[in-house]
Design a protein around this ligand. Sequence first.
Ligand code: GLY
Ligand code: MN
Ligand code: MN
Length: 433
Amino acid sequence: MRYEQINNSLFIENRKRFTAKMQPNSIAILTSNDVKHNNADDVMGFAQNNDLFYLSGIDQEETILVLYPDAYKKENRAILFIKETSELIKIWDGEKLTQEKATEISGISRVIWNKDFENVLQAMAFEADAFYLGHNEHYKRATSNQQTQQDRMIQWCKEKYPLHTYYRAAKITRDLRPVKSTIEHELTQKAADISVQSFSRILKACKPGKNEYELEAELTYNLVKSGASHHAFQPIVASGKNACALHYNTNDSVCKDGEMILLDFGVCYANYNSDTTRCFPVNGKFSERQAAVYTSVLHCLKEGSKLLKAGILPADYEKNMASLVEAELIKLNLLNADEVANQDPEKPLYKQYFMHGTAHYLGLDVHDVGLYSRPFEAGMILTCEPGIYIAEEGIGCRLEDDYLITENGNINLTAKMPIEIKDIEALMNTKKN
Ligand code: GLY
Ligand code: MN
Ligand code: MN
């Protein structure tokens, strides 16, 4: 693995917290994700299932975790099933986890080859009353047009054990994962630190005539060199009007003199993610209008992020942010104060220039699991990302930092990434000397 091995106390504690929430006499089965195939023999890569990783620390495909805290036999209380390696796998793919290594990473003493999963489970299934199974519960992107390993496990288990009761493992992990432990804070900080360095590299490389993908390459170079696994998501390098398409990521336009670039990127380190956005002028000097829009967004970030604190409801934080952005849109002469005063509250005018939410949980998923009906709590990590998008002027500006909520407020994990106009201009202009 590219990252320093994580202290397995993280996964041991996570399992304790998970099993404490299970119904009596039930078995949880968590599966890894599929390795996604390309057209022919190549693969699109592998991303571990984050609930499985959270409870085991195992990054390898074809892994199954079984937790049965009330099992009569102690040896059945936690079992990890991993892929058995072979001479052929060794020749083509290299080393896979040994059972000993899997124990060291996860803290689970019983590790068995996955070919024995069905037999071993059978011996436990009829002792238990219920199963917890994993499923993607993302409200928009839950799998609908592709069958996942989780779907196959649900189908198989329900066919084989139709009279058991079934529960959702994701309902437990969505409660646990938002509140992070110290180890998780440190891993996220590491991802954030790599982001900070990567941003400086971009500022040095940027000049009129560069293609957006050349700037993307600077990011990729730096994050791979720093031990990150990959981009947390396809980075957005959007010059000029491209910045007004919120998820633009083709990154294939030439950056022109006079334009501003919106750069939204994340680093995935040890499966934990950062997510940051900065904007900067292609030629190293903000125009008056770019500076005005930027100053407005920066004001909203500074003021809005103050409400990322324990006890505040996400809806109240977003309402406050919307008011901040609305006031800035009036100052920028994009909205008229009288029209705003008389607007239909169901269709606020600011939505024309500011159309997204500005805080999401950050963790093993960039948009991490967790309910937004829950007040913020110490230990959570959230982004703050206000933006103003003026398509008719070819200016899109978003600024995004990552905040750890503490007992007394929050800590900005990405505070070292330059954000003041004078600092960005100074850095961009130093490189030209
Ligand atoms: N890049 C997606 C986001 O900022 O949430
Ligand atoms: Mn982002
Ligand atoms: Mn974000």
